[in-house]
Design a protein around this ligand. Structure first.
Ligand code: NAP
Length: 245
């Protein structure tokens, strides 16, 4: 358990991987701020669950693609003990690249990469001043290996890995670590609607023989956010069942 008051901010904490991260970090003793964009009821449920377990949490509506709103939000945190940022908010708008619309490419980049950049930059200012912090960017296995139909999403997730390595080099002198987690195929709303035959084929290609769970990803995030990971920075921690090494 952390002993002093420390805040962990999880973007897109209303469901899926972000929800599991918020819950795990609350168990680790962090005060949680989770953001959502379209599902206030999901966010409220996560907050209630954390509080029922004895933790502290609040939810904030914030579209990470809305730069002025993100800047305003971080102003409210400037004197707070922000210790962890989990850049988790993400969307998909899939399609083969020769048919991909400009707006679908831009929207995915706006949320998944530019949104993460804005949050990282604003959090880094606070953490650098406090001389410590943990930034964890949720990338993806497809950012490492590519994936047909996801040129926009893969570009964003690969971009996050490059941004992670650069930020780690820039912020190391302030004891701020920056790492990425690259989940494989995880059971969430994002993957729920994949056709059954595709899911079955995917599961067969995973050495551990199954999709991962949000809790599997949250365990990696919990480690990277902990004091035990103080000397780990600029890394990409794969949580993919052995699918891609
Ligand atoms: P999910 O179940 O679809 O949840 C997405 C979360 O992001 C929700 O909390 C959603 O909020 C939030 N969100 C969406 N657009 C947003 C925006 N513009 N601003 C702020 N928040 C926004 O997704 P997931 O599967 O848990 O994925 C979480 C992260 O892991 C994503 O970055 C995803 O790319 C990555 N990932 C997922 C998998 C997988 O297999 N599932 C694999 C690798 C990486 P609302 O609930 O309010 O809509």
């Amino acid at each position: 358990m952390e002993t002093t008051r420390r805040i962990a901010l999880v973007t897109g904490g209303s469901r899926g991987i972000g929800k599991a991260c918020a819950e795990a970090l609350a168990r680790d003793g962090f005060e949680i701020i989770l953001t959502y964009v379209s599902k206030p009821e999901g966010a409220a449920e996560v907050v209630a669950g954390i509080e029922a377990a004895g933790g502290k949490a609040r939810a904030v509506k914030l579209d990470v693609g809305d730069r002025p709103a993100v800047a305003e939000f971080f102003k409210t945190l400037k004197d707070e003990p922000l210790h962890v940022l989990v850049n988790n908010a993400g969307i998909t708008k899939d399609g083969l690249l020769i048919r991909m619309k400009d707006e679908d490419f831009d929207h995915v980049l706006d949320v998944n990469l530019k949104g993460a950049f804005t949050c990282l930059r604003e959090a880094a200012k606070i953490m650098a001043k406090r001389r410590g912090g943990r930034i964890i960017n949720i990338s993806s296995i497809v950012g490492q290996m590519g994936n047909p139909g996801q040129a926009n999403y893969v570009a964003a997730k690969a971009g996050l890995i490059g941004m992670t390595k650069t930020a780690a080099r820039e912020l190391g002198s302030r004891a701020v670590t920056v790492n990425a987690v690259a989940p494989g195929f995880i059971e969430t709303d994002m993957t729920r609607d994949l056709p059954a035959d595709i899911k079955e084929a995917m599961a067969k290609s995973i050495p551990l023989g199954r999709f991962g769970s949000s809790v599997d990803v949250a365990a990696a995030v919990s480690f990277l956010a902990s004091d035990a990971a103080a000397y780990v920075t600029g890394q990409v921690l794969a949580v993919n069942g052995g699918m891609y090494m």
